[in-house]
Write a protein that binds this ligand. Structure first.
Ligand code: WT7
Length: 630
């Protein structure tokens, strides 16, 4: 199912628009189904109600594991690189991974997990994380992986929203020279989570942990009590595979729901094509499995294609800034998929960390998560790809399940900072504020998708209305991405960033409302407003304007207190980079905060604030500008 020339791309694209069902049935034929579908697609975007491969039966783990055993049982499925380079890496063949998944699936069953039950996974980047994810899929349990950087309260909210029955975690995680006490965070979270009956704890850092009798059990003990025989549960194509929480412009994070059949087809199809994966190649995606990138391009995409996927526990700068390149050399990585923020951070160390490192195994480079600036693109191209590897700048979202707009390696001519063209099967449109489609080239607007694709979200867990409101109500009969976009004279797409109140910090989505709510929980805070601002490494930083009448004493300490509150409520990833104490916020007469103005001030551009005459009290703007200068 690989596209090999630009001509073929154009032909395939046209077919995918003219005969989408035929196109997707052709792609789906490359997978293993226990029973084929009765109908490829039924849909409407008004409810929304989207069904792919209705009537089909399958299990995604048979596609990711069993089907490779006959010919490729001894091939490495996972290469694990630990945080500490002195420790040994671990390779799991497809056969071993299959065995471990089946065994752990039996542990889940033994502990009462049934098809449809939700399981929360809060683990370090170790092979057992992939095992846990796949074990859920094996028995039809719905996994909800929570990134290791979220706080106890965030985890509790997610566990309660999904009513998880079991939590899988570890004693702790290594991250650079730090240790994170995962089990302790889970213990705090579970004080408010009555649905959780069991906690399975993997030994990793071997830090002391409290084990609650009747609830907490050790991974290592449990796997001794079961065997490795676990037939794959027969799933309907539209059964739930997983929930993944993501931030939006309002309220609490929502649980994006993906289903088994469509997600599998989409993750596998995009992986194989975008990266031009060849048998026996080593694929290294530097994301965390706690994000969608890790779900689709560390676990499901690569394994469904029988690829070798690298799981890296550490960070690019530990023990030094050559680590990521060392990992490439050590494991002879052929395809490296990373984020602009990592590239920018490594750029700042100069070329010394690359000197003497053999990067000649690299064939394809990928970027994801945020717009990649031209400087970072060229640096990546010249110094890592030695001007010899195509860069695929892949635009997509948690909600899309897989890559949507992206070059296909060796097929699509690239252009720095452009995600280029939609993959076959994807129909992007640009719309104006009124919802009219903007046709032609050399235009910009809000990015929507007007036809379904198999990997799209089906609902937001427990609240279908919210899914409809967030994605399908802004523009009629279209999925609204929340991104602004430019289509240049060549028809190439360039994503310009979010047009809603979502900030993209180091490729992580953070809702301004969420951060404001967290800050407002801090005693003494009257009100706050949060905006994004350009940040050299992170892409965007978080800027908080805070009304705190008694902060005069020790402002620095008060700032630290507020950061502590945000860390407790959301997690360290949501900590503002800047906190400015102000006595008022610019509001319209109807009481709406004018973020446009705050954004300008945060950017340091106060020359053109636009019309401020509609403000309730224009004088606050001068005060904020003055304070921001200091
Ligand atoms: C948002 C989605 C998709 C996996 C990682 C993030 C931004 C993503 C690109 C890109 C410009 C990008 C968008 C999007 N984004 N990839 N190649 N160029 N912007 O997933 O957390 O769901 O965030 O990330 O703004 O809406 P996510």
């Amino acid at each position: 199912m690989q596209i090999n020339s630009f001509e073929e791309y154009q032909k395939t694209y046209q077919l995918s628009v003219d005969q989408p069902e035929q196109f997707w049935a052709g792609i789906a034929d490359n997978f293993l189904w226990k029973k084929k579908w009765d109908k490829v697609l039924s849909w409407n975007f008004s409810e929304p109600n989207i069904k792919w491969f209705e009537g089909a039966k399958l299990n995604i783990t048979e596609n990711c594991l069993d089907r490779h055993l006959a010919d490729n049982g001894d091939k490495p499925a996972i290469i694990w690189e630990p945080n500490d380079p002195q420790k040994d890496s671990i390779t799991l063949s497809y056969r071993i991974l299959h065995e471990q998944v089946c065994r752990f699936a039996n542990v889940l069953k033994k502990n009462g997990v049934q098809k449809g039950d939700r399981v929360c996974i809060y683990m370090p980047m170790v092979p057992e994380l992939a095992v846990a994810v796949l074990a859920c899929a094996r028995i039809g349990a719905v996994h909800s992986v929570v990134f290791g950087g979220f706080s106890a309260k965030s985890i509790a909210d997610r566990i309660n929203d999904a009513q998880c029955r079991v939590v899988i975690t570890a004693d702790g995680a290594f991250r650079g020279n730090k240790q994170i006490q995962l089990k302790e965070v889970i213990d705090d979270a579970l004080i408010g989570c009555p649905s959780v009956a069991k906690v399975i704890v993997l030994t990793h850092t071997r830090t002391p942990v409290s084990m609650l009798k009747g609830r907490d059990i050790w991974w290592e003990d449990e796997i001794k009590l079961v065997d490795t025989n676990c037939p794959a549960e027969e799933m309907d194509a539209e059964d739930l595979l997983f929930i993944l929480y993501t931030s939006g412009s309002t309220g609490k994070p929502k649980g994006v729901v993906h289903t088994v059949g469509g997600y599998m087809v989409y993750a596998g199809y995009t992986f194989s094509n975008v990266f031009n994966y060849q048998p026996d190649e080593v694929f290294f995606c530097t994301a965390d499995i706690g994000w969608i990138t890790g779900h689709s391009y560390i676990v499901y995409g690569p394994l469904s294609q029988g690829a070798t996927t690298v799981i890296f526990e550490g960070i690019p700068t530990y023990p030094d800034a050559s680590r990521m390149w060392q990992v490439v050399e050590k494991h002879k990585v052929n395809i490296l998929y990373t984020a602009p923020t990592a590239i920018r951070s490594l750029m700042s160390f100069g070329l010394q960390p690359i000197e003497g490192v053999d990067l000649s195994s690299l064939r394809v480079l990928g970027s994801v998560g945020e717009p990649i600036n031209e400087e970072a693109w060229h640096w990546f191209d010249e110094n890592i790809g030695k001007s010899n590897c195509p860069i695929v700048d892949t635009w997509w979202q948690t909600e899309t399940g897989g890559i949507m707009i992206s070059p296909i390696a060796f097929v699509t001519p690239t252009k720095p900072s452009f995600a280029t063209l939609p993959l076959p099967g994807i129909q992007p449109v640009l719309v104006d504020e009124q919802g009219n489609e903007i046709e032609g080239n050399g235009v910009s607007g809000n990015l929507c998708i007007k036809f379904p694709w198999p990997g799209m979200l089906r609902t937001t867990y427990g609240d279908h209305e919210r899914c409809k409101l967030t994605y399908f109500s802004t523009y009629e009969n279209m999925y609204f991405t929340g991104d602004g976009c430019l289509r240049d004279e060549d028809g190439y797409y360039r994503i310009t960033g979010r047009v809603d109140d979502v900030i993209n910090v180091s490729g992580h989505r953070i809702g301004t409302a969420e951060v404001e709510n967290a800050i407002n929980m801090h005693a003494g805070v009257v009100e706050s407003a949060v905006v994004g601002f350009p940040h050299e490494v992170k892409g965007q930083g978080i800027y908080a304007f805070v009304i705190f009448p008694n902060a005069h004493g020790d402002e620095d300490l008060t700032r630290k207190d507020i950061l502590q509150t945000v860390t407790r409520v959301i997690g360290a990833i949501a900590k503002p980079d800047k906190i400015l104490f102000v006595s008022g916020l610019p509001k319209t007469r109807s009481g709406k905060i004018m973020r446009r103005i705050l954004r300008k001030i945060a950017e340091g551009d106060t020359t053109n604030l636009g019309d401020i005459t509609t403000l309730l009290d224009p004088a606050v703007v001068d005060e904020i500008i003055e304070k921001a200068k200091k």
